[in-house]
Design a protein around this ligand. Structure first.
Ligand SMILES: NC(=O)c1ccc[n+]([C@@H]2O[C@H](COP(=O)([O-])OP(=O)(O)OC[C@H]3O[C@@H](n4cnc5c(N)ncnc54)[C@H](OP(=O)(O)O)[C@@H]3O)[C@@H](O)[C@H]2O)c1
Length: 280
């Protein structure tokens, strides 16, 4: 595993195992299989409704807590200072831990300034080693940074070959915020894994298209969270630390960039209404 030093000198593994959309009844097994396959970092969220099962798996594995990197995210309905303190406590309880390696504000909606102040206080007292945000566009990230004591350590945003986020990445680098990708595989939509550009690069390194996508993030210095519930894929997906892409490969992959999310537009008023009304 390769690690990245965050702006507070904490080390974070490049690759995290995401537990989004894994049913609670399948989560413990998935996390135990991921631990067996070499994953040490888990990307959780209150709104995935499976933090208890992640906690059970980690507890059962008997792997020392300090060898595991745990991330969670505070949901919109828990936004605001007091509600965030309460929600983080519940997350700690569910994950059976007394600290988190990273806590993010899940969405830039609701009273996220209040939430961020709570995260800052929890970081100062040592309950959260690192703090950050998710789905913050450059404008919101700059504003939060300019109105807070602590520059977020991480901003987790959708990043994939279809939505490469070069401009946002530049702003994050300027601010000293580490870019983390979510949804790097875009659920394989539009035959992403059979794309001729990715397949040609994959053949050169004796890898598959998914491995090329995940390595492409590492070579752009981008942390990422990805997921598979299948053991064979879990093992393949983590087997990306023995090769690296050339500048030319990265240039070729740029051709796939559509410049927008295939899933949602965070600046669309409907999106803001949906998140605030708990429709999403
Ligand atoms: N911050 C946010 O708002 C946000 C939003 C979405 C996601 N996330 C985080 O990011 C993580 C990853 O995003 P994601 O879960 O949307 O998707 P992803 O990792 O981009 O893709 C997961 C999908 O790809 C399939 N897959 C994985 N490896 C494969 C392989 N080698 N070959 C073929 N198919 C493969 C998986 O199916 P199988 O399981 O069947 O293999 C699954 O359907 C999430 O779990 C979550 O932690 C965060």
């Amino acid at each position: 595993m390769k690690y990245k030093k965050l702006n507070n000198n904490e080390k974070m593994p490049f690759m995290s195992f995401g537990v989004y959309e894994i049913e609670p009844e399948n989560t413990k097994e998935a996390v135990l299989n991921a631990l067996d396959s070499g994953y040490t970092s888990f990307d959780c969220a209150q709104v995935y409704y499976n933090e208890k099962e992640v906690g059970q798996a980690i507890n059962e594995s008997e792997i020392p807590r300090e060898e595991i990197f745990l991330t969670s995210k505070n949901w919109v309905s828990n936004s605001g200072y007091d509600k965030t303190l309460k929600a983080v406590n519940k997350t700690l309880e569910d994950l059976q831990t007394d600290y988190l390696d990273l806590m993010l504000i899940h969405q830039p909606f609701g009273d996220y300034y209040g939430s961020y102040r709570a995260l800052q206080d929890l970081q100062k007292e040592g309950t959260l080693l690192s703090i950050g945000v998710s789905n913050f566009n450059s404008a919101r990230l700059i504003d939060l940074t300019m109105n807070s004591d602590i520059v977020p350590q991480v901003n987790q945003v959708e990043t994939s070959p279809y939505f490469q986020q070069y401009e946002a990445n530049e702003v994050m680098n300027e601010l000293g915020v580490s870019h983390q990708a979510w949804g790097p595989l875009s659920e394989g939509m539009d035959n992403l894994f059979e794309n001729p550009i990715l397949l040609e690069i994959a053949q050169k390194y004796d890898k598959n298209a998914v491995q090329v996508i995940l390595r492409w993030l590492v070579d752009r210095d981008i942390l990422f969270s990805s997921r598979s519930v299948k053991i064979k894929r879990m093992k393949e997906n983590i087997d990306i630390f023995d090769f690296s892409l050339s500048k030319d490969d990265i240039k070729k992959i740029k051709e796939l960039d559509a410049g927008e999310s295939p899933f949602m537009d965070y600046d669309d008023p409907e999106t803001v209404i949906d998140f605030n009304s708990e429709i999403v």
